[in-house]
Design a protein around this ligand. Structure first.
Ligand SMILES: C[S@@+](CC[C@H](N)C(=O)[O-])C[C@H]1O[C@@H](n2cnc3c(N)ncnc32)[C@H](O)[C@@H]1O
Length: 325
């Protein structure tokens, strides 16, 4: 009996030892310290590359604090309120207006250039008109070019944009907004229908190459009839937006567009956003508008506003989605 007891004790002791060893091994393998845990490193590095891919969309409070600290560090004062005081900040800089810059450029062709026209052509792969080089088109819409970033940040965060999303802009103009989408999205994910030759020229001949975005292969198509057939039939959009466009179109053309796009919007999290106003809808009367939307399989979600990061301005947006059957 005593022998049996002592054998039982040794088995129990052995089992306890084995459990302790297993516990220690467990802690070694799954310890949060990355020094002796290779799996943690792999996990972190994939998380890091995911974060890198998912760049933040808007500036954080911390980002703004950092920027202010940089202004302070360099003793950059608050901006002066008069033009004279503003220009008195200059040291050794002789600014030119866009018109003057264009005139200089046409007359003197820059500081170092090839005189011979054939030679000049041989050294420039994508010759660009002077008007675009001095960025005349950045003043096309009567409000700061920087507002394009605000629009991007609002729309991208509203739909929780990810780089693989499909986005369509109706009337992307000179890519004031579109550039930010193109930069954020994976190649071939940004589509746009635009009617204006000058804007298309600015977008394709200047903005894409100068921003280093040619490799993103956005599909920008010329057209004004809300004909989306050249974008292919297989794409379902996460986001379709019209920034300052529907208000310039005849109401019936907006409805034609909505009819053609309703089934190309991702059910049910895809969104259509239109800025400024939705008179194409309200002019019908509230009830009639809801009925017409619902006949297309769409519904109005809400009105929203978005403040600019850089100037005293807010955008008004109207949101639509596909209705559930
Ligand atoms: C005020 S601009 C806005 C451009 C751009 N969405 C932005 O926010 O910077 C309006 C744009 O819509 C375009 N547009 C107007 N009607 C159009 C139509 N029927 N089809 C395609 N584009 C159109 C104009 O050519 C112009 O580029």
């Amino acid at each position: 009996m005593a022998a049996l007891n002592s054998r039982g004790n040794s088995v129990r002791a052995l089992l306890t030892l084995a459990a302790a060893a297993a516990l220690i091994l467990f802690f070694f393998v799954f310890s949060p310290s990355s020094c002796n845990n290779p799996t943690a490193n792999i996990h972190r590095s994939s998380e890091y590359s995911h974060q890198q891919q998912q760049q933040p969309i808007s500036a954080s409070v911390e980002d703004v604090r950092w920027l202010k600290s940089q202004l302070e560090m360099n003793r950059i004062p608050d901006p002066p309120t008069t033009r004279e005081a503003w220009h008195s900040l200059r040291k050794g800089i002789n600014p030119r207006t866009r018109a003057q810059q264009l005139d200089d450029f046409v007359r003197f062709k820059g500081i170092s250039h090839y005189e011979d026209p054939i030679e000049a052509g041989n050294h420039t792969m994508l010759p660009c008109p002077g008007e675009l080089l001095v960025e005349e088109h950045h003043s096309n819409y009567g409000e700061p070019w920087a507002g394009g970033r605000d629009v991007f940040e609002f729309l991208a965060s509203s739909v929780r944009l990810h780089p693989d999303a499909h986005v369509l802009e109706i009337g992307c103009g000179t890519l004031r907004v579109g550039l930010h989408f193109i930069r954020y999205l994976n190649p071939e994910r940004f589509h746009c229908l635009e009617r204006d030759d000058l804007s298309l020229m600015a977008a394709l001949r200047y903005e894409l190459p100068s921003q280093g975005l040619l490799q993103k292969r956005p599909l920008i198509v010329k057209g004004e009839d809300m004909d989306f057939s050249r974008f292919g039939s297989g794409v379902v959009y996460d986001l379709i937006y019209a920034s300052a466009v529907f208000l310039h179109m005849p109401d019936e053309l907006v409805w034609v567009g909505l009819e053609r796009l309703a089934t190309r919007l991702k059910p049910y999290e895809g969104r259509i956003f239109a800025s400024h106003n939705i008179k194409f809808c309200s002019r019908l009367g509230g009830e009639e508008c809801t009925k017409r939307l619902s006949s297309l399989g769409l519904e109005y979600v809400r009105k929203r506003t978005h403040d600019s990061l850089l100037f005293n301005h807010y955008e008004i947006w109207f949101e639509f989605k596909r209705s559930k059957p």
